[in-house]
Design a protein around this ligand. Structure first.
Ligand SMILES: Nc1nc2c(ncn2[C@@H]2O[C@H](COP(=O)(O)OP(=O)(O)O)[C@@H](OP(=O)(O)OP(=O)(O)O)[C@H]2O)c(=O)[nH]1
Length: 179
């Protein structure tokens, strides 16, 4: 299933690039999925890692994901898909609320996604400077609020042995970039 998810996402994101460079967009979902794979998480979660931006950023919808990959993968992707018709603040508050209440696997996906974006952002800030904030809908202060709220809520309800190492990696990156 994971390989099919990789192929589906690669085709869906074909021609798209990341904001701060002309790197193919698919490099981001691949890194997210690989991080989940390193933790030996389920094939469904790893597949959702590959597919997590397909509904937000390509013409496919959740029904397409369900048809190809089943209900479990579709539910994980749906839980981490923003409603683009809402304002930035509403969308980010929704992600924070999801973190507070969602099942473990959805949280694992959200933090793997946020960590990859933040490490990329940190590298781009170092190489290109503050001008890169202009590529995003929200600047430094709003992003600081959002990332710090994620850190505050991501551990809620998780036992010590349910927390992957990359949660701490995310917290450290938030402190470096926004602290
Ligand atoms: N750091 C970084 N982010 C980039 C880059 N290119 C694209 N992105 C995407 O930009 C999104 C955030 O910027 P905006 O376009 O302003 O979107 P927003 O309104 O949701 O904040 C992130 O999506 P997201 O909804 O927060 O996460 P995701 O689930 O879409 O990955 C991220 O995936 C890049 O070069 N660097």
């Amino acid at each position: 299933m994971k390989n099919k998810a990789l192929m589906f996402a690669t085709k869906a994101h074909e021609g798209q690039t990341r904001k701060n460079s002309d790197t193919p967009y698919i490099t981001h979902p691949i890194r997210v999925a690989k991080r989940l794979e390193m933790e030996s998480y389920s094939d469904e979660l790893i597949s959702a890692g590959y597919l997590h931006d397909v509904v937000e950023d390509t013409p496919y919808n959740i029904a397409d994901i369900e048809k190809e990959f089943g209900t479990r993968v579709a539910n994980i992707v749906a839980a981490h898909t923003e409603d683009k018709s809402k304002s930035w603040k509403e969308r980010k508050q929704h992600t924070i609320d999801t973190l507070k209440s969602a099942e473990k696997e959805v949280r694992y996906l959200i933090i793997a996604d946020k960590l990859d974006n933040l490490l990329g952002l940190e590298q781009d800030l170092n190489e290109q400077g503050d001008a890169i904030w202009e590529n995003f809908n929200a600047g430094f202060e709003k992003q600081k609020w959002y990332h710090q709220a994620i850190v505050k809520n991501m551990y809620l309800g998780l036992e010590e042995d349910e927390i992957p190492c990359y949660f701490q990696e995310f917290e450290k990156a938030v402190n470096r970039v926004f602290g």
